[in-house]
Design a protein around this ligand. Structure first.
Ligand code: NIG
Ligand code: FE
Length: 428
């Protein structure tokens, strides 16, 4: 059934001229139509404009009035590690007492603690756990989500995780974009022979992942003590030759040069970038690689944030994502990550909107289909209980998402957060 949303206080289109990403001052121009309307039919956006200019509607159009509300493209979470079992609140406490993420990992905690739990879990258990996370993301306005493997770290266990992602994508309503992260850590059984694990990745895991078509992207944790720059280059070149597109966990905890490598290899995105150097910023700006920032991780680790303003001034295209994972960022609240981008990295609410929609879609190679409200794009959108986009991040920690529309269908409506109406006093 066609769906019309009308009278929105703000219809935030993000782009109106088919832009595939935004950089510089364009990021603070989210193309807002006041008292806006949007018509979606057969899963695609047909028309956007002022409600006063509506064209004749197709028969049986369902109408949603959005007075005092803000309509945005469905949010795109372009970096998550959703397939995991177990939790790591014990490490959270250890960090509060002064241990670093790296120290905890060196003692058998960190990624390998979750690897043990994932290997014990069945596909059905992993699916049930991830389904809950996907529902919470949806309730926070996310309509497309990238999901990495990376807690299996053997051929069979990584395939198990990628199959879970494929099954959940088929279930809907969210679109899941699968990434192979077999190079997330060296698993314990290879602790004394990392070269052997790198051979396994290159000779068995990557070819099988590519053949199975279970992943669209290949990612690697390029970090001191995890995978060195030269190792990362070898893995990523192999993945690229096998037809996978590239992402890199780059310059997260130390300035290794992952941003430069991402730009050189034509990676679709370089993610984290807390420690990116000036050279890295220049390389990203000169390339098509999206700089994906994950301020929820810096917040949760209590470390310095990525230099968003310098990246913007340097001309890089910035996306924001949750990094939802059990170690460094256990949250599905993507709008709250937007507030962190504002207060901690000094991004404007308008820049945050672009980074959570169009540029995040670009970080998944999908900016032609999603990420803005333009005729011809997929009808993925959200209706929020705020009169303008700034309040989405200003009134923080609150979920303002009221309706989620996926491919033109209403798939989620939140219970109201308003106090119950008092009945008028009777008599007297
Ligand atoms: O993005 N950096 C590597 N991966 C995750 C952390 C994963 C974990 O600690 O379980 C991240 O921060
Ligand atoms: Fe990550």
């Amino acid at each position: 059934m066609p769906l019309l949303i009308r009278d929105a206080a703000e219809l935030v289109c993000v782009a109106r001229r088919g832009e595939r990403r935004k950089t510089g001052t364009a990021c603070s121009e989210p193309e807002i139509i006041r008292e806006g309307a949007i018509l979606v039919e057969d899963s695609l956006i047909r028309w956007v404009g002022p409600s006063a200019d509506l064209p004749p509607l197709p028969p049986n159009t369902q109408v949603l009035h959005a007075q005092q509300q803000t309509v945005l493209p469905g949010l795109v979470d372009s970096h998550t590690h959703l397939i995991f079992a177990g939790t790591r609140e014990d490490e959270f406490e250890q960090r509060l007492a002064g241990k670093s993420y790296q120290e905890i990992a060196a003692c058998g905690g960190g990624i390998n603690a979750t690897v043990r739990r994932v290997r014990q879990a069945s596909k059905e258990e992993l699916k049930t756990l991830a389904r809950g996370r996907l529902h919470r993301l949806l309730a926070h306005g996310v309509t497309t989500v990238e999901v990495k493997s990376g807690y299996g770290l053997s051929l069979a266990e990584e395939i198990k995780c990628l199959e879970v992602i494929a099954d959940l994508n088929a279930e809907g309503p969210l679109t899941l974009v699968p990434t192979f992260l077999g190079a997330h850590a060296v698993p314990p059984e290879f602790a004394h022979d990392r070269a052997a694990y790198l051979r396994l990745l290159a000779d068995e895991m990557l070819p099988e992942v590519a053949r199975s078509q279970l992943a669209e992207f290949c990612d690697i944790f390029c970090e001191t003590g995890v995978f060195a720059l030269a190792e990362s280059r070898r893995v990523l070149e192999r993945a690229r030759a096998l037809g996978l597109r590239l992402k890199i966990h780059a310059d997260e905890l130390t300035p290794l040069g992952g941003a430069e490598l991402a730009a050189e290899l034509g990676a679709v995105s370089a993610d984290h970038l807390l420690c990116v150097t000036e050279r890295g910023i220049e390389a990203l700006a000169a390339s098509g690689t999206i700089a994906t920032l994950l301020p929820g991780t810096a917040f949760f680790l209590g470390v310095a944030y990525a230099p968003a303003r310098r990246l913007l001034a340097g001309g890089a295209a910035i996306a924001l994502a949750s990094d939802c994972n059990p170690g460094t960022c256990p949250t599905e609240n993507l709008p709250l990550v937007g507030t962190m981008a504002c207060t901690q990295m000094k991004m404007l609410p308008s820049e945050v909107v672009v980074a959570l929609t169009l540029n995040a879609a670009a970080a998944l190679g999908r900016a032609e289909q999603i990420g803005s409200l333009e005729p011809g794009k997929v009808g993925d959108l959200i209706v929020c209980d705020v009169p303008n986009h700034k309040q989405l991040f200003y009134h923080y920690g609150i979920n303002h998402v009221r309706h989620v529309i996926k491919r033109g269908r209403l798939v989620y409506t939140a219970p109201t957060m308003s106090p119950p109406q008092r009945s008028a006093p009777s008599g007297g």
